[in-house]
Design a protein around this ligand. Structure first.
Ligand code: NAD
Ligand code: MG
Length: 388
């Protein structure tokens, strides 16, 4: 029996995690389920999975949630502090699957109190850099990747000496605009940008995949999770999303991990680690493997990757600046106040804005929070000026 907490239970990763739990109900006991604002879905999940507590981020949903769970003894709380407090309840595994910067507090709290931190929220590593792995190490917490590419790298490294890693190659589907012109990409709507060809994911990560900002985040995530130098990380476009990443070793051998484009594979791996258990998902056959293709990334169409390199070379809180500018630019795109291609311009300008500030060179949680707020304001003001 494994005691687990799932933060972001109402999202895409949350749903796949709960699917696996549903299929092996007696193997898991749930301590916490959390959501951002969807009280009715959270209540429905709570009635099905009987957690000890539920937490909703949006405080004005607390009463609705209490009413919906009035006939149960499930503890109900709301707000950011309640989320961080729930993440500090000791459990066997915390699934950190909130989307965006809001996931950072949860990951940092969980790192101090749980046995395994299963990290889907890549923003935690992009923003906190080495602070998160160091915190995990200091508390004896195992940090496990959930992102499919990082799960692939982790699986390829099983039993290997990390000192023998020469390089890692992260694959990218190329998203819905792999074969579209820049002219087309300039005018796409959020609905078109969120149509991922292979993966079914939340709206924000789907749109980030269309610009390859998701891949850029994953490069930084890989650097921090596996303590690599940026020049050891390569990205290859692989439109079928079957081969999730490769690791190259000093002897020239390459290891790869393959699986269907379904998050149940990496989530199941993390939930069951260090064992492997049956996971109900498609098995690959010749038809899936016969036509795997690989190509270079077009740096003109997808400048996000060179912006990730810029952020990594700046260091300090540049990861938090990168993430906040990208999140704010995405909000503007969703609101119809910016185009898809403006995201890269905003991120570039935000990185330039903060590279000269002394405080931004020191990586602390306070500076990360400061960088997040200041960057969002900066991007909003630039967008407003552009509109005038
Ligand atoms: P999603 O939008 O489907 O779900 C996000 C979850 O976070 C929901 O439960 C939502 O209610 C909650 N949430 C949103 N804002 C919140 C806030 N301010 N405070 C607390 N909770 C909040 O997102 P997703 O696709 O499941 O992605 C979750 C995380 O996993 C992201 O960091 C994403 O990059 C990462 N990830 C997702 C996938 C995927 O296939 N979906 C793959 C790899 C990594
Ligand atoms: Mg991924």
């Amino acid at each position: 029996m494994r005691r687990i907490s799932i933060f972001g239970a109402t999202g895409s990763i949350g749903a796949s995690t709960l699917d696996i739990v549903r299929a092996r109900r007696s193997d898991f006991e749930i301590e916490v389920l959390s959501a951002g604002s969807n009280a009715s879905l959270l209540a429905r999940l709570a009635l099905e999975f009987s957690p000890n507590q539920v937490v909703i981020a949006q405080e004005d949903q607390r009463d609705t949630l209490r009413r919906l769970l009035a006939d149960t003894d499930i503890d109900v709380s709301a707000g950011r502090d309640a989320l961080a407090a729930a993440a500090s309840v000791p459990v066997d595994l915390v699934m950190s699957a909130v989307v965006g910067f809001a996931g950072l507090d949860i990951s940092m709290s969980a790192a101090k109190h749980c046995a395994v931190l299963a990290l889907a929220n890549k923003e935690s590593l992009v923003c906190a850099g080495q602070l998160l792995p160091r915190l995990c190490a200091a508390h004896g917490t195992k940090l496990l990747p959930v992102d499919s590419e990082h799960s692939a790298i982790f699986q390829c490294l099983s039993g290997e000496d990390k000192k023998t890693i020469e390089r890692v190659i992260i694959t990218a589907s190329g998203g819905p605009f792999l074969n579209s012109s820049l002219e087309v990409m300039k005018n796409v709507s959020p609905i078109e940008a969120a149509k991922h060809p292979n993966w079914s994911m939340g709206q924000r990560i789907s749109i980030d995949s269309a610009t390859m900002f998701n891949k850029a985040m994953e490069v930084i995530e890989a650097k921090e999770m596996f303590n690599l130098n940026p020049d050891q990380i390569e990205v290859m476009v692989h439109p079928q999303s079957i081969l999730h990443s490769l690791v190259g070793f000093t002897d020239g051998n390459l290891m790869a991990q393959l699986g269907p484009p379904n998050m149940k594979g990496p989530i199941g791996y993390a939930l069951n680690w260090p064992d492997r258990q049956f996971v109900d998902q498609k098995r690959l056959g010749v038809g899936d493997l016969a036509n795997l293709t690989f190509l270079h990334v077009d740096p003109i169409k997808f400048p996000a990757l060179s912006l990730a390199s810029k952020a990594m070379s700046l260091g300090g809180v540049a990861g938090a600046v990168f993430n906040a500018a990208k999140e704010q630019a995405l909000d503007l795109f969703l609101a119809g106040d910016a185009g898809l291609l403006d995201m890269a311009t905003f991120v570039d300008q935000a990185l330039d804005q903060y590279q000269t500030s002394d405080w931004a060179k020191t990586l602390t949680i306070d500076n990360i929070t400061l960088a997040d707020g200041k960057t969002r304001d900066f991007v909003k003001s630039v967008a407003l000026k552009d509109k005038d």
